[in-house]
Design a protein around this ligand. Structure first.
Ligand code: MN3
Length: 205
């Protein structure tokens, strides 16, 4: 059985960038629903129930046809949100130029601001519901990609380091139609230590 992960901060911990009510609903309702529907889809497949959601998404094409879509949507929703909570932190978690991820960002994009511009631009272009990600590709290079709905970069052979949820449920209560303001606010609550941790794990594999 997949379970809702705890947050490492209170629901109001990301104020004023991401509001308490959005965080509470997003975590206890939206994320919980993905988990419930994933568990339901796996009910008839005991051999798949013990598998990590990561493995299910990486091997999506090998799953039984009748649960592939459910795992893609709800397994994706579970994995994407679990990563999302983890890479967020109360304001103050700073970006350090000493991080390996920072060096890689500079190498790939020129500098941090150029990375941020490209990331925000990509996220502003997501039409409908989806996510924008900073990923490590098969050549171990950084890339910015968007996915629709709850598709996970894992299913395309990409390792997500950092993502932003641009479904309206992630920001509508506070920002309504002002997605650019939400994208800007997101950069104030990124947990760069966690991103660094994830990056080091991937490049040392
Ligand atoms: Mn969401």
């Amino acid at each position: 059985m997949h379970k809702l992960p705890d947050l490492n901060y209170p629901y109001d911990g990301l104020e004023p960038y991401i509001d308490e009510e959005t965080m509470r609903i997003h975590h206890t309702k939206h994320h919980q629903t993905y988990i419930d529907k994933l568990n339901l889809a796996l009910e008839q497949y005991p051999e798949l129930q013990s598998k990590d959601v990561r493995d299910l998404l990486i091997n999506l094409d090998n799953l039984p046809a009748e649960i592939k879509t459910a795992v893609r949507n709800h397994g994706g929703g579970h994995f994407n949100h679990s990563l999302w909570w983890m890479i967020l932190a109360p304001a103050g978690e700073s970006y350090s130029n000493d991080f390996n991820i920072s060096k890689a960002i500079t190498e790939q994009f020129g500098d941090f601001n150029e990375f941020k511009n490209q990331f925000v631009n990509k996220a502003s272009l997501v039409f409908g519901s989806g996510w924008t990600w900073l990923v490590v590709n098969k050549e171990k290079k950084l890339e910015i990609v968007s996915t629709t709905n709850q598709d996970s970069p894992l299913s395309s052979g990409l390792e997500p380091l950092l993502g932003i949820d641009v479904w309206e449920h992630a920001y509508y209560l506070k920002y309504q139609n002002r997605r650019p303001d939400y994208l800007e606010a997101f950069f104030s609550v990124i947990n760069w230590s966690k991103v660094e941790e994830g990056y080091n794990k991937i490049i040392n594999q």
